[in-house]
Design a protein around this ligand. Structure first.
Ligand code: PEP
Ligand code: MG
Length: 892
């Protein structure tokens, strides 16, 4: 018989922390905490397998689930001494989602379940607090109606506002027991009016309704979006935990809060968090009341006057600190904890590895290794490579003039400048057009997540350091200022006001998420300095990685940035990118449009000097390191002048007749330039072009050898090769030119000649190429394009449909298609090595900076990856993690 339900509580549990796949993160950790003897309200978890079954069988449950749930519920009743649905002594429960990977706020939760017109009276008698009982009941009706019955919160807000107006009060705490009783009556009427049936009174119906809603929420839009963003497979499903309720809203000795064992923004090794006296969990996250700090130091630092938990409840706080320390050393990582104090008694509701910023992740990992809690290798694996991106971007220049328009909380560090947007859909739309936007909201909710992702930064007028905006922004690496109460948003008018000024949608602001400030206009930024924990972890990573990391760079600025980030050479210098500047492009256009070899040679003579001086500069920046220079690979259409104005300018600068240029431009027009006269086809048709380039590379190398005393090792790379004979021709051209250059100079340098592998034929016939090519560099941008037959330029139009339908799990131009394109890489590596065992293998397509693709390159045994300069540190860390994983697999 399959076990679908796992119980916990009363000092023991059916499951443990290793069972995340089955019980979800929350369920597994609740079980583990119970077994550790920590105070956990008893409950049970319905497994992720039930979710899978539910979707595979037309949204139905396994036949024996109901009986298993009943047995588990009986046990909970026995432990707490209350009965579900009992009029005098009712057990109330919460029903929560919990997937294998945490997806904060993405799925649904129902609290206070089990309340009805009778049990609410029992709760009132038991607690001796009628107001509390009816407040709980109205919260339950709202939540259940929203999550399970699909009604809008607004329907209930309206009713509550009407009551407040009638009573002449403004805050919920001013409502008395009899007021809440009347609110409850009206809420029930809303349900009956909207749905045509009364609010469900049978607690068992309520529970199954909530369980079904949680499973259904696995497929809601925001959960789907979150999964796509974080690569969580749909097949994992969610578990459902049903847990007996404890109440943080039973008076002044009750409270609820969230804590991190270390600071999730900075990593500082000190308890950090917030709590609210006389409140339920949702109040903390919703940001409706401003929470207080947990510790005295925290309160002092934030300049708060309300007492901290340490001061307000010293005894429970002492007990809490003990539990929290126990959890961190047990899980050997920073924990994110939810707790409730019910009438002076501490209850733990959740623990999980805390989400953190890159800065915090680095510090926590390095500190834990230094404390001897984890090894250096574990520390390397603890930091998500792509999260480093947050640290590699500019911060506000401390010297710049700052005009503060509002102050709030430093919810997620980093700086961002962009246009004001008030709506998540609009943020997504504008970002899609390439605009930088800052999303400004009263507060955010899970419905806003796509807009938060699209925005450079987020500002909220309400909410604390653990509000939805703060938590999600930190996880995404977006700068965020929360709780900027000076901002008053008028969405209808499309403006906000702050400090007496009005700002319209579309105006530019800057936010400083590290300070919690919103600033007027664009503010100057400075490049980040990477020191301390970053350098420590990178040094550890460099010790264990096998793959070398190079950069794709052709400008001196990019090359310097790359070297600063630890690049071990250049893996791709796209020579056509060196021609984009105005004077140069004229010479290149003249060359491309020339009628004959003589005309081309005239133009080439103009290009040669700057080609050579550019290479000199690159070689100097990369002294001692390899530099791969890829010969011209222009999709012709990018270089042909299109407008009459451009043609006339070219006629003037080249002295060639404008009509002749026009005619030639027409002749060169291609229907499909991506598959046209590009890559080495240009070198084969017009060898004088590649000869000029080879000469420039080698003359530059000779010059640097002479001036610096250290010869660079240029690697001359031919693009878009498909045939052995093509490669033979190109190798001979290169060597012949080199011989002439060395004879002229009376000196020589070492150099390599190689090819890109960008076409399926090149991969399959790699043995033929290896006869002449000393290295292969996988150009996976083109190789993806040519393997799928999907245009790099046009794929955007239909790819989304494939992603939405799950036919593509991720964009193959971003993440390597390991089975297809990867299969070709494996074939090419094997066949190339069979002919030339020391053939050097690298990758220089965009995938060279993508962590999962790097893991593939490690397994395929490539020698290096090459990526854009800002991704170099990411690639270094990803390469180290990949090497460690390969080691681990070998040990198994
Ligand atoms: C490639 O095709 O992967 C490549 C690196 O070359 P480019 O992007 O310049 O075509
Ligand atoms: Mg290419």
């Amino acid at each position: 018989m399959t076990q679908w339900v796992y119980g916990f509580g009363g000092g023991s549990a059916d499951g443990d922390a290793s069972m995340k796949n089955l019980l979800g993160g929350k369920g597994a950790n609740l079980a583990e905490m119970s077994s550790l003897g920590l105070p956990v309200p008893p409950g049970f978890t319905i497994t992720t397998e039930v979710c899978t079954h539910y979707y595979a069988n037309g949204e139905t449950y396994p036949a024996d689930l109901e009986a298993q749930v009943k047995t588990a519920l009986d046990k909970v009743e026995a432990i707490v001494g209350k009965t579900f649905g009992d009029v005098n002594n009712p057990l109330l429960v919460s029903v929560r989602s919990g997937a294998r990977a945490s997806m904060p706020g993405m799925m649904d939760t129902v609290l206070n379940l089990g309340l009805n017109d009778q049990t609410v009276e029992g709760l009132a008698r038991l607690s001796g607090d009628r107001r509390f009982a009816f407040d709980s009941y109205r919260r339950f009706i709202t939540m259940y109606s929203n999550v399970v019955l699909g009604l809008s919160h607004d329907d209930f807000e309206e009713v509550l506002d009407a009551h407040k107006d009638r009573l002449g009060v403004s805050v919920d705490t001013d409502l008395k027991a009899e007021d809440w009783e009347r609110v409850v009556e009206d809420y029930k009427a809303v349900v009956e009016r909207e749905l045509g049936h009364p609010f469900p009174q049978d607690p068992r119906d309520q529970m199954w309704g909530a369980v079904g809603a949680v499973f259904a929420s696995w497929m809601n839009e925001r959960a789907k979006f979150y999964r796509r963003m974080h690569d969580i497979p749909e097949s994992w499903g969610t578990a459902v935990s049903v847990q007996s309720m404890v109440f943080g809203n039973m008076g002044e000795t009750s409270a609820t809060g969230v804590a991190f064992t270390r600071n999730p923004s900075t990593g500082e090794a000190r308890l950090y968090g917030e709590f609210l006296i006389n409140a339920q969990g949702e109040d903390v996250v919703a940001g409706i009341r401003t929470p207080q700090s947990l510790t005295r130091i925290g309160r002092e630092e934030m300049g708060e006057t309300a007492p901290s938990m340490e001061e307000a409840m010293p005894e429970v706080f002492g007990q809490f600190v003990e539990v929290v320390n126990k959890l961190e050393s047990h899980y050997r990582d920073m924990q994110d904890i939810e707790f409730t104090v019910e009438q002076g008694r501490l209850w733990m509701l959740q623990t999980r590895n805390g989400k953190r910023t890159a800065k915090s992740a680095l510090k926590v990992a390095v500190d834990l290794a230094a404390e001897g809690v984890i090894t250096q290798e574990e520390a390397i694996s603890r930091v998500e490579p792509s999260a480093l991106d947050q640290l590699l971007h500019p911060t506000l220049d401390p010297e710049a003039v700052r005009t503060v328009i509002a102050a709030g909380l430093p919810a997620s560090p980093g700086a961002a400048t962009g246009k004001i947007v008030f709506d998540a859909d609009e943020a997504e739309r504008l970002a899609g057009l390439g605009e930088a936007v800052i999303l400004v909201r009263e507060e955010t909710s899970p419905e806003d997540i796509h807009g938060m992702h699209a925005a450079r930064g987020i500002v909220t007028a309400r909410g604390g350091m653990t509000s939805h905006a703060a938590v999600v922004a930190r996880g995404m690496g977006r700068a965020c200022v929360s709780g900027a109460g000076e901002i008053h948003i008028d969405e209808a008018k499309g403006v906000f006001t702050a400090r007496g000024r009005t700002f319209k949608a579309g105006e530019v602001i800057t936010i400083d998420g590290s300070k919690g400030e919103v600033l007027d206009g664009a503010v100057a930024m400075i490049e980040p300095e990477l020191t301390g924990d970053f350098q420590t972890l990178m040094a550890w990573a460099d010790k264990v990685r096998r793959l070398k990391v190079r950069a794709n760079a052709e400008t001196p600025l990019d090359a310097k940035t790359a070297r600063g980030f630890g690049a071990e050479g250049i893996g791709l210098c796209r020579t056509e990118h060196m021609f984009f500047d105005d004077t140069r492009i004229a010479a290149v256009r003249e060359m491309i449009l020339a009628d004959d070899e003589a005309g081309r040679r005239t133009a080439l003579a103009k290009i040669a000097p700057f080609q050579k001086s550019d290479f000199v500069e690159l070689f100097e920046i990369m002294t001692g390191l390899p530099v791969t220079v890829r010969l011209l690979d222009p999709p012709l259409h990018e270089f042909i002048p299109h407008t009459d104005e451009d043609i006339d300018a070219l006629a003037a600068s080249s002295g060639i007749d404008a009509d002749k240029l026009k005619r030639r431009a027409k002749e060169l027009h291609e229907t499909n330039p991506m598959l046209g006269h590009r890559g080495c086809r240009l070198g084969v048709a017009y060898p004088e072009i590649y000869e000029m380039q080879v000469r420039a590379v080698l003359e530059a190398a000779l010059e640097v050898k002479k001036t610096s005393g250290q010869a660079p090792i240029p690697e001359i790379m031919h693009p878009l090769v498909a045939l052995g004979l093509e490669m033979k021709y190109l190798r001979e051209l290169t060597d012949r030119t080199a011989k002439a250059v060395f004879a002229d100079a009376g000196d020589s340098v070492e150099y390599l000649v190689g090819t890109m592998i960008e076409l399926p034929r090149a991969a399959i016939r790699a043995g033929d190429l290896a006869e002449y090519a000393q290295f292969f560099s996988f150009g996976t941008n083109d190789l993806t394009q040519t393997t799928f037959g999907i245009s790099r330029d046009d794929s955007g139009r239909f790819l989304q449909a494939y992603l939405d339908k799950g036919i593509f799990e991720t964009d193959p131009f971003v993440r390597l298609d390991q089975d297809g394109v990867g299969g070709l890489i494996e074939i090419a590596a094997e066949r190339g090595r069979a002919v030339r065992p020391d053939v050097k293998l690298g990758i220089c397509g965009e995938h060279g900076g993508d962590p999962s693709s790097i893991a593939f390159c490690e397994k395929a045994g490539l020698d290096y990856v090459s990526c854009s300069p800002y991704r170099v540190p990411i690639a270094r860390l990803a390469a180290a993690q990949a090497a460690l994983n390969v080691e681990r697999e070998k040990d198994r």
